[in-house]
Ligand binder design. Structure first.
Ligand SMILES: Nc1ncnc2c1ncn2[C@@H]1O[C@H](COP(=O)(O)OP(=O)(O)OP(=O)(O)O)[C@@H](O)[C@H]1O
Ligand SMILES: [Mg+2]
Length: 386
């Protein structure tokens, strides 16, 4: 069932404005994730969709019907809460099937769903336990199961995996994805874990301070972030943000890094007229480059930038390298170290002098004053406005 939020605002009784005119369309069967830092308004948004909060302004449509003032019970929406509450005096099995009994489903149907959900969440052995006898992670899985078993029109999930250990989180994440592919129930999922958002979602909405900053597919968000905030929030290790100046050169854009004017690349990268116009408006730009788009060599070559490997962080299949540029204390705009990712079989040792180039894929140019993206490098190797 499709879902639509139109100009939804929320001002709490304290006078705090948690949501600023949120507009959001979630398609039928879509897995949509709200991603953002703590306090940005994710839970508030879910509670408004569920009907547990009323918006101060704006409307909520579920399946095309105005549900802004519909009682939660009449929305056929199931929510998994960030802080889950199970009935302590009931067994896991009773907690799971309670709602199905109330709805008078056939016993065979109840049994079948119970088997399926408990197998999926790995809680078959716990069905006779009481919630008090379970670990936090087990309780969270039961809470998740209680919603899944209902098969509502819309699932709302508020950080449902955050209490699980890493292995279990990854396993449950995969199971959730499989389940969604099979059932195709519209889902709004909330997390502050960017990896979870990338893995699970058809589309992601990035929130900050009650605003929806950008909506797009995981790939769009990753490759063409609309601002430095979004760029920084998605991707691990984080994107490198470098201060650059730009000048025109034969229809292209020649970028210079930092105060010392290190040229990035020997040849200027071609740019559309639109980008050149934008770039001429400001002398302070920020270049975003993903750590995996940094190429390193052991020997100098034209257009490469000399640097030193300060720290090597082995991650198994890849190594994260913390890199220092000669004569530049802080190469990035946010004081974060400059990071490159290389395959671990490429021998780059701590202390080594290297020469790096920025691969002209996934480069994004931002206006330093506003943090908004001006241009991204397209597949054809041309700067285009985003
Ligand atoms: N009942 C309330 N009364 C007043 N302010 C509230 C209330 N509930 C939430 N807030 C405030 O609204 C803002 C958004 O809260 P919300 O719970 O939606 O954030 P969140 O994005 O879910 O954060 P987290 O990731 O920490 O769960 C926060 O600043 C919070 O303090
Ligand atoms: Mg929350």
């Amino acid at each position: 069932m499709a879902l639509s939020l139109q100009g939804v605002e929320k001002v709490y009784s304290t006078g705090f404005k948690a949501l600023n005119s949120l507009c959001l369309e979630v398609g039928n069967g879509e897995f949509f994730t709200l991603l953002g830092p703590s306090g940005c308004g994710k839970t508030t948004t879910l509670r408004i969709i569920a009907g547990l909060e009323t918006p101060s302004k704006g409307k909520v449509f579920i399946g095309g019907r105005d549900c802004t003032h519909t009682h939660p019970r009449n929305r056929d929406v199931a929510m998994v809460f960030q802080s889950y509450a199970l009935y302590p005096h009931m067994s896991v099995r009773e907690n799971l099937v309670l709602n199905l009994r109330v709805r008078r489903l056939a016993q065979s149907e109840i049994d079948q769903r119970l088997r399926e959900v408990s197998r999926m969440l790995g809680i078959e052995q716990l069905l006779m336990h009481k919630p008090g006898q379970l670990s936090g992670g087990q309780r969270q899985r039961v809470a998740l199961g209680r919603s899944l078993i209902r098969r509502p029109n819309i699932f709302l999930m508020d950080e449902p995996l955050s209490n699980l250990d890493l292995k279990l989180r990854e396993r449950t994440r995969t199971e959730l994805k499989k389940l969604h592919e099979r059932l195709q129930i519209t889902t709004v999922y909330v997390t502050h874990d960017q990896a979870e958002a990338l893995v699970l979602s058809d589309r992601i909405g990035i929130m900050n301070g009650g605003d929806l900053m950008q909506v797009g597919t995981p790939q769009e968000i990753y490759e063409r972030p609309s601002s430095t905030f979004v760029a920084k929030f998605v991707g691990s290790p984080s994107i490198n943000l470098l201060p650059v100046t730009a000048r025109d050169s034969e229809g292209g854009l020649m970028l210079c890094l930092g105060r010392d004017g290190l040229d990035i690349g020997e040849t200027a990268l071609p740019a559309t007229q639109e980008v050149l116009v934008q770039a001429r408006k400001t002398d302070r730009l920020v270049l975003g480059i993903r750590p995996e788009s940094v190429a390193l060599r052991h020997a100098p070559a034209p257009g490469t930038i000399p640097a030193v490997i300060e720290i090597v962080e082995p991650m198994g299949s890849v190594n994260h390298l913390i890199i220092r540029f000669d004569g530049m204390a802080e190469p990035t705009i946010d004081g974060e170290p400059f990071v490159a990712v290389v395959r671990s079989n490429e021998r780059f040792e701590r202390g080594a002098v290297v020469w790096l180039t920025l691969r002209p894929d996934r480069l994004v140019l931002f206006d330093a004053a506003t943090g908004m993206a001006l241009a991204a490098l397209s597949d054809a190797g041309t700067w285009r406005c985003v």
